[in-house]
Write a protein of this length. Structure first.
Length: 443
């Protein structure tokens, strides 16, 4: 027993081993980037106030990509935010360490990859989780749904931030396919988004039935709360196009372009990449924009747009497609990579090469009124020195407004993002796969 006036000695506090967890073990950034993704670091220690724990990171491999001084940790609670400023292109491992009370520590490894600097980095954002972005549709609230031509997954991204999708949908089972549809074009009317496959052969010249697919999804909600539901599909549009062209003297060579052994991305190939509705039409007449064929199949080396005049019935009841006369557009020798319209009936055409490996070829944006016989007007040339090819228009701004800006997305699947010779689509870790979204001001 204690004598009067004396107190019991203080008990020594026993602290457990700290815990540390990363929201992602793999992270991608870019040299000079603005708003690169961050990693959440969750820490804890039994017997300790989490605010007393410290978190730091150090370079454990290639400091020329990102060193200790290039890592910033913010926050004071159980969850901290770790950001990396890329110093150079390549890969490096970072050791993330939490130091708890009693001097005990725990570590995790963050595997980091940095791509090269791009032009106008303040206007660039990186959409991670997929490299093969092929079509994009705005769903309000600063968010867009982005398709991938190497899978049937649709991804919802915040247009203003770099990082992973906030939601994903895969409609393969509803479409009845196990291989990719090769989604290349999309447009939205009301709450319905229309999607089209390329309709062409695969790169080896083989017919793959899933690519001969157009389908719809229904949008509910907007922004981060947007949801997609499967609608309808049609799987004979390619067949209808070939039959129509044959009946008109094989003017565009569709039968030859779809023959066994014919690759789609050649000057006389067959490959659809644009989908939009005609002026004044909400669901009836749709425009199909072709990446191929181009000259010499199309006279004068012009790009080709083919109207489907009963597109509503094609998708509603499976009616055989009916076509209007082909529209031939002078895009300076380029073809259609995307075709989009705004509510005012102004069209923007993303023009690029028909070739398969075209990252060094020219790209441009053309304004059009959607009327056959009316010439499109170039609004901007696009840079070609950055990895990936320009592939999708997210939405069309008011093209008559001074300083109008448009956001485009790249297909970076064949790009060597990190300088090791690996194509982005073949990278093992989804967090390292990414497409680039960039804003451009129209001249």
């Amino acid at each position: 027993m204690l004598l009067a006036g004396l107190t019991a000695p203080a008990q020594a506090v026993t602290y457990g081993t700290p815990t540390i967890a990363l929201s992602a073990s793999y992270l991608s950034g870019a040299v000079g980037a603005v708003g690169d993704p961050v990693v959440n670091v969750t820490v804890g220690q039994s017997g300790a106030d989490v605010s007393a724990l410290t978190v730091a990171a150090s370079a454990s491999s290639k400091a020329s990509v990102a060193g200790t001084g290039d890592v910033t940790v913010t926050g004071a609670g159980a969850v901290r935010q770790l950001a990396v400023t890329a110093r150079g292109r390549g890969y490096t491992n970072l050791t993330v360490k939490v130091t708890g009370l009693g001097g005990k520590t725990a570590t995790k490894t963050l595997y980091y990859a940095a791509s090269a600097a791009v032009q106008n980095p303040a206007d660039a954002r990186y959409l991670t989780g997929s490299a093969d972005a092929s079509a994009a549709v705005d769903v309000g609230g600063g968010y867009a749904v982005v398709a991938d031509d190497e899978s049937n997954v649709l991804r919802l991204y915040d247009r203003s931030r770099s990082g992973a999708p906030v939601k994903t949908w895969d409609f393969s089972s509803q479409l009845g396919v196990s291989k990719e549809v090769d989604i290349e074009g999309a447009t939205r009317i009301g709450n319905t988004i229309y999607w089209t496959g390329s309709l062409g052969n695969n790169k080896d010249g083989e017919y793959k039935a899933p690519r001969n697919t157009v389908f719809t999804t229904t949008v509910s909600g907007s922004g981060s709360g947007a949801q997609l539901a499967y609608g309808r599909s049609y799987k004979k549009l390619r067949d209808d196009l070939v039959a129509w062209d044959k009946a008109n003297g094989n003017k565009y060579g569709f039968a030859a372009g779809t023959a066994e052994g014919e690759a789609p991305k050649q000057i006389d190939g067959f490959n659809v990449e644009g989908l939009e509705f005609a002026p004044g039409s909400t669901t009836t007449t749709a425009y199909l924009g072709f990446r191929a064929p181009l000259a010499p199949v199309v006279p004068g080396g012009k790009a080709l747009v083919v109207p489907v005049t009963n597109f509503d019935r094609v998708l509603a009841s499976g009616a055989k497609a009916v076509f209007g006369a082909g529209i031939e557009l002078d895009l300076g020798g380029l073809s259609v990579r995307d075709l989009r319209r705004n509510a005012a009936g102004q069209y923007l055409i993303l023009a690029g090469s028909w070739a398969a490996d075209d990252n060094s070829d020219p790209y441009a944006l053309y304004q059009w009124d959607g009327v056959a016989g009316h010439a499109p007007v170039k609004r901007a040339d696009l840079p070609t020195t950055d990895p990936g090819g320009w592939e999708a228009i997210v939405e069309v701004p008011d093209l008559s407004a001074p300083g109008a800006r448009v956001q485009l997305v790249t297909d970076s699947g064949s790009a060597d993002l990190y300088g090791d010779g690996a194509e982005a689509k073949d990278l093992t870790h989804p967090e390292w796969k990414k497409a680039r979204a960039a804003w451009f001001t129209l001249g």
